[in-house]
Ligand binder design. Structure first.
Ligand code: NAP
Length: 259
């Protein structure tokens, strides 16, 4: 299926690895030119080189921390006009409700709520002027079903979800389509580091911790960055114009809910 977005230009934040990279590769496979971002230059350049060689699209790589004002300014300057924005950043650390102080919340809000909002505010006006745009925010399944140890993430992502719910309806009539993708457990470095934490706490091995988590997923496995990216590319496609302000859960059935 041709998604009808060849030649468009996308900024994919936090995309040297994991889910962001999955989104970048799926867009590149559709002929979308890319601006990639991550803090570590080495992995970022390697991903950029791979995508250029594999898909023949233009790739600009900007090493910067997207959660800082300076980092965003650097990325936005290099990006220029973009048609597609995929918001992503690392998630906050796990912990205990009683340990989190104001500064921990400010950091989480900055990374997982205020950064995507700042990028939306910077880039959506241009999309409106050109009459076409797509925004996909990578949030988390924890928006639908809380993960108690990830309270900082639960809180910040819920805030972004509320903002997108209203904003998506303000811009849809101008050709800009905005939605959220909610990953359940996917096979990335982030999942491995969470498994490491569980293994350490339980005195088990990482393989045992993973097996235990896989047993909680009806699909019986972790998701892949590739299938996550394919869904993102669809939400960025010409066919997604009537999907507005939705929260699409990709979790192998882990959240046990009818709606
Ligand atoms: P990952 O495999 O650890 O990859 C994170 C990517 O983001 C890397 O390219 C990393 O590169 C980049 N990055 C992290 N912080 C950044 C920053 N401040 N500025 C720019 N780039 C940054 O993580 P993932 O599993 O793909 O997760 C992506 C998002 O989905 C996270 O917010 C995570 O909490 C959320 N999520 C993931 C899962 C899952 O199962 N994987 C489930 C629910 C939610 P550098 O480190 O070099 O910057």
């Amino acid at each position: 299926m041709d998604l009808g977005i060849a030649g468009k230009r996308a900024l994919v934040c936090a995309s040297s690895k994991g889910l962001g990279r999955g989104c970048a590769e799926a867009l590149a496979a559709e002929g979308v030119h890319l601006v990639l971002n991550a803090r570590g230059a080495e992995a970022l350049e390697a991903t950029a080189a791979h995508i250029r060689a594999a898909y023949g699209v233009e790739v600009v790589a900007v090493a910067a921390d997207i959660t800082t004002e300076d980092g965003r300014a650097k990325v936005l300057k290099a990006a220029g006009e973009v048609d597609i924005l995929v918001n992503n950043a690392g998630g906050p650390p796990p912990g205990m409700w009683s340990d989190w102080e104001r500064d921990d919340f400010i950091k989480a809000l900055d990374a997982n709520m205020l950064t995507p909002i700042a990028l939306i505010k910077a880039l959506v006006p241009g999309m409106i002027d050109r009459g076409w745009g797509r925004v996909v925010n990578i949030t988390s399944g924890s928006v639908k079903s809380p993960i108690p140890v990830l309270g900082l993430s639960n809180s910040a992502r819920a805030g972004l979800t509320g903002y997108v719910a209203g904003t998506s309806r303000q811009v849809a009539g101008k050709g800009v389509i905005m939605n959220n993708l909610l990953p359940g457990i996917h096979d990335t470095d982030r999942a491995t580091s969470l498994d490491q934490g569980v293994a350490k706490a339980d005195g088990s091995t990482i393989a045992e911790a993973r097996k235990k988590r896989e047993a909680t997923i009806p699909a019986g496995r972790y998701g892949t960055a590739q299938e996550f990216g394919a869904t993102c590319a669809f939400l960025c496609s010409q066919y997604a114009g009537f999907i507005v302000g939705q929260n699409l859960l990709l979790d192998g059935g882990a959240v046990n809910a009818t709606l």
